[in-house]
Design a protein around this ligand. Sequence first.
Ligand SMILES: Nc1ncnc2c1ncn2[C@@H]1O[C@H](COP(=O)(O)OP(=O)(O)OP(=O)(O)O)[C@@H](O)[C@H]1O
Length: 488
Amino acid sequence: MIVLQDISKHYGRVRANDSISLTLEPGRIYALVGENGAGKSTLMRILAGHTVPDSGTISMRGEVHPGLTPATAARLGVGMLYQDPLDFPALPVWENFRLSGPPRTRTQVVDRLGELSNHLGVCFLPEEPVTSMTVGERQLLELLRLLDLGATTLILDEPTTGITPEQKRGLFDLLARLARQQGHTVILVTHKLSEALEMADAIFVMRQGRLEARLTPPYDSTELVQRMFGDAATQSVDSALPETGQSSRVKLEEAIFAGPKYHLGPLNLSAAPGEIIGLAGLDGSGQELFLRGLCGLDRMPSGRLVLNEAGHTRTNFKTLRHEGVHFVPADRMSQALFPDLSIRDHILLAFPEHATRLEEFHQSQCVERFDLRAHPDTPAKDLSGGNQQRLLLSLIPDDAPLLLMEHPTRGLDAGSARQVWEHLRGRCASGATLFFFSPDLDEVIEHSHRVLVFFDRALVADVPRLNASVEILGALMAGKKPESAHVA
Ligand SMILES: Nc1ncnc2c1ncn2[C@@H]1O[C@H](COP(=O)(O)OP(=O)(O)OP(=O)(O)O)[C@@H](O)[C@H]1O
């Protein structure tokens, strides 16, 4: 049993954790929910020994600790799976798997990986570079690594982000088995209340650094939402979409995009200024390469990309960025931000022309427009998911004509997600074109003028908003062709 007693942690005047006490029992699955900045990550980092609390104690296996180190927490069986996997993408699967484990030969590591994978019903290719795996696969590998290290208390931060419904089912079954059969304690940090309601033996609700409630089944979902958000929960997202313009913002003519594993195309399509185009597809279906190809991160060996009426037969990231193409990846921390650089440093890099009046620019751009309330000296790695996304959006110039976003609301609570979408719709109303991918089909349908569906590494359909339903998109994503969809 783990007992957290009166845990407090302040960052300047921010009370990230305010006298939190809770008990975690073996064999149980807990959900930890709360809006962005509620203090969930801080509490979990304290439990994993990565953050030292200002006061309070943690009791584990009969020992009382005023603060844990990562090594002590790991020795006591605490393993934390971060939302952005902490792996080394350049290394192959087996080398990532053996990180921080005992010295072992490659054969021993591969055997152990095979044994655990087999036992848990998953599959990995030991030599595959992690860089070519999806976020979901990397999370699963990290989970296996933690289990191999002897973790019995598993903390998972938004574990279902970016994984398919089947992968999610598999993960949840696996977590249930680990809890029920092996007595592991599982803590799911999640914004998806349906997952908390489905999985948890108890739900801890955090709000503004405090433990607002501990709920047990039978759950009342209305109560849960109100405990998390208070009155803000009753406001719904405005689904009105802006009018689209006439001329074409971006056009692909027989374009082929080449990723490290496969090619996509030939692609022929165009998008107008003001248009919001959702991308739907199971992980690895081609939508990732589509966005990376459009911004020049992956190559276009043939075909043409016409941006603002200027044609390109070769693309590169730098040129397209210069022309106002901005890509915001799902993995914000490792692909979009510099973890150790502060908010101020990021602004300086993005807007060197404002160097002489940086304070003023930070106040108007980040605080007033984006409600980014963290101190400008805070390193990006210490920002909550919501604040990371606010920072990224504030770094995109107002006149950027083409925005490409992978899961714009990944890890954000309902309030922050609404804010992000208000901002994006505002940009599109002023003429920007947005392509975005989300694994949440409801989000895709709600915000898109039309939806491009990907299946098996190909663009298989271009569905107007009026025809887009979860059933139709779901069928197309699984390789079926419903009558009513216009096939690209
Ligand atoms: N290292 C840090 N330095 C300064 N402030 C911090 C640090 N870590 C967290 N905070 C602040 O503490 C508060 C709680 O943050 P925390 O990350 O724990 O929230 P959260 O509930 O996990 O949010 P999210 O769901 O967005 O990840 C926030 O206001 C955050 O900005």
